[in-house]
Write a protein that binds this ligand. Structure first.
Ligand SMILES: [Mg+2]
Length: 320
């Protein structure tokens, strides 16, 4: 890219970045310098979104800017970490001022809401892709992990599932129904950051649902070396997803569709009342959807009968 193009990108991304305590040196040198406060650990995550694979090429760039950051904040939430810093690598087919302006607006509006500072970046010319790395802070030894679930623990999800999956079917023209809540879930997911932080010391294990409940709960079960039975009837659903299931008798959507970014977490049974009141305080329609068991594997019951999945999860070309 030419020097002029770099200046343009710089104007959209490097100058509006919020200041944050602990940023010794931000954008402008070879590296950023960050000060991790005593007693805290750094939680680090990175995600790449590729045009045509993770988002539709014609998606609104403002929503894409939101989503690129939201998926990373969701990973920090899953660990119980507080968002602190991020770096952004953009690969762009061309330098389109209107696109960059909208993308950066969506990005910074979410970043400022969670007090996360952009401290570095890189730009290259090529097919559109966005790589975002996020760093969060968590008190030493208190991060939530996938490996802590024990037989008898209750399994919770923080909100409705299958909404983004149905939104994607709408955007792809696979259904004639249109529903703003489903499209919103797909294009503007809300990372459950406050819940993640409040689950420290309460949840025994946690994961965010990026690839569908069956796949992501499956990761948690393997890491914890346990199994579980899910009650499909307790999974929170937005009304258009309930109607879709009723009309098609296809139960896969809330179990295997990706991109919902709700948290799935486990809690010892004696903490159920505390979790229910936390969800209420945060106004999240989360529910207990199952129980951890000793027998390995994931079993699913609906109306008292076992159901079998026709596929096990959204798989971005097996990258995850
Ligand atoms: Mg994750």
């Amino acid at each position: 890219m030419s020097a002029g193009e770099f200046d343009l990108i710089r104007r959209f991304f490097l100058e509006p970045s919020a200041k944050r305590a602990g940023t010794v040196l931000g954008i402008g040198d070879d590296c950023a310098l960050l000060d991790c406060p005593p007693g805290m650990e750094l939680a680090v995550t990175v995600d790449t979104l590729v045009s045509g694979i993770h988002f539709l090429p014609d998606v609104d760039p403002e929503k894409l800017g939101h989503k690129a950051l939201a998926v990373n904040l969701s990973d920090l939430a899953a660990m119980g970490a507080k968002p602190a810093w991020c770096t952004l690598a953009l690969t762009l087919p061309n330098v389109d001022e209107a696109w960059l302006s909208a993308f950066s607006r969506g990005f910074f509006s979410l970043a400022n809401r969670f007090g996360i500072a952009l401290v570095g970046g890189d730009t290259t010319r090529g097919p559109l892709s966005i790589t975002l790395q996020a760093l969060g802070l968590v008190p030493v030894g208190q991060a939530l992990r996938r490996s802590g679930a024990r037989p008898g623990d209750l399994i919770y999800v923080s909100g409705p599932l299958g909404s983004a999956g149905l939104g994607l079917r709408m955007r792809q023209g696979l259904t004639t129904v249109f529903d703003a809540a489903a499209i919103g879930a797909l294009e503007c997911p809300e990372p459950r950051v406050a819940l993640g932080e409040r689950l420290r010391g309460l949840a025994s294990a946690c994961i965010d649902i990026s690839d569908g409940l069956a796949a992501d709960l499956g990761h948690l079960l393997s890491a914890s070396q346990v199994g579980s039975t899910l009650n499909f009837d307790h999974i929170p659903l937005i009304s258009c997803v309930s109607h879709f299931i009723y009309d098609t008798q296809n139960t896969d959507l809330p179990l295997t569709a990706g991109d919902d970014y709700e948290l799935c977490f486990t809690v010892p049974m004696d903490r159920q009342a505390r979790v229910d009141s936390l969800l209420q305080q945060l106004r999240l329609p989360g529910q207990c959807v199952g129980v951890i068991e000793t027998t390995p594997g994931l079993r699913i019951q609906r109306h008292g009968q076992s159901i079998v999945l026709s596929n096990t999860g959204y798989d971005h070309f097996s990258q995850r």
